[in-house]
Design a protein around this ligand. Sequence first.
Ligand code: BES
Ligand code: MN
Ligand code: ZN
Length: 504
Amino acid sequence: MSFKEIEFKVYEGRPDEFTGGAVLLALSEESVKSCDKKNSAFAELIIELAARKDFVGKKGSLMRVPLFNNNNKNIYLLGLGKAADINSQLVRDKLANAFRTIGRQHNNSLLLMLDNCVEIKADILYEAAELASYKFDKYKTKKSEDKDSNNKDDKDDNKFALSEIFVADKLCAKCSAKGKIFAESQILTRELANEPGCEINPPVLAEIAAAQAKEFNLECEIWDEVKLKAEGCGAILAVGAGSATPPRMIHLVYKPKNKARKKIAFVGKGITFDSGGLDIKPANFMTTMKGDKTGACDVLGILTGAARLELEDIEVHGFMAAAENMPSGSAFRPDDIIKARNGKTIEIDNTDAEGRLVLADALCLASELKPDAIIDMATLTGACMVALGKWRAGLFAKSKDDALAEEILSAAKRRGEDFWRLPAEDEHIEEELKSPFADMINSGPRYGGATFAAIFLSQFVDKDIAWAHLDIAGVDFFEKEWGVYSKGASGFAVRTCLDYLANL
Ligand code: BES
Ligand code: MN
Ligand code: ZN
């Protein structure tokens, strides 16, 4: 995988004598303003730059001062903005941006000096550093390190060289290990979600899941199309019917050493490519649809993360509902009536509303295990993206499940992943679910499309089980690097779900 394992070490010497390559000073606006000649080895520089208004600590500003003295090859100044607005999410994201730039400017070693007003734990440093180092470049035949490549001026293409970061105090070992697991689980998800449809189809995804399960001692059961038929999973079969590669339902289990106090099930949408099916997407909506398997890849990241965290008494289940949505002579059609695992019939209004169908069978299976909670995640609706934008995901839960929603929102806050709660119940939208010929229809009118989808999903969840649905359509794929995110798949929700499990 294309990421760097970063080692954090303690540096006890004088900062201006650090010969490792680069020094990063992360400062609030107040600290820049009140910088006093006595308080730091770099005070004179900071005072001079502030006087010239070249660096005032503005949020996210990054300034490089090369060849500062004989020891320090590069000094970097990172602005954190106003002290009162600083929080762990801001620090994580701004540090990630700085680490990415510093790492690509040929620095392999860095001394990090954080403003006194910043109180963050080791997990955040690990997340920032390792996630920032990730890049999906396995298909580039000319690697970044080729110095003769013609785009050597493009800093994005420089190799990430950073491998050690020095800090003033010893980091907490437990937090460090946690942060590393959070980051690396999300990187595993990104690496898979970034693979194109010509590489990963449902059977391949199943093989990868099985191999990961073996490595991390997870139980793994895979249902192929024959078993799916015998088990009454007509919804996932319908979605996969048009593809040359058949669907797979992948069930992973993490069993703790001690008796389980709680059982949690995760369910992920794994459309390895979403062409829309017979209701085919226009060309500009079809690109990035290799990322429509992110929910399932998230689930794999969460399960491997749960195993690495060695959760003591939490049993974790993961369902990856994998199918490819393609148009062909064998594809499912509009007007078709299909039957899901729980016996409910669905009339197909639109074959592009396929995610909710594969999830339907998976949610039935998860419900049958009677877990304490079910959390599903899916790149489900363009409507959610229209509502919340491309940087925030939707969290849908019924009011009876407020407690679960709150727990997820708190975990998300700790991990700096933004979710916004949206309704999973609405009596008017519920009406739109009605079909003249079947128990329900798979898509409704344009307005409230994300809630319609959530209400559709709720038809397949046992009413007595707490349930939350995460719509990650907007945040699954980024065109630009920002904060801890690289270009391409984000693996959004993996760290939130792991943090939720770790705090149960
Ligand atoms: N995979 C898409 C949703 C999506 C859109 C994800 C953009 C990421 C970015 C989903 O299967 C889909 O096509 N949804 C349709 C549903 C509609 C036909 C009811 C949509 O949102 O347009
Ligand atoms: Mn679709
Ligand atoms: Zn889809």
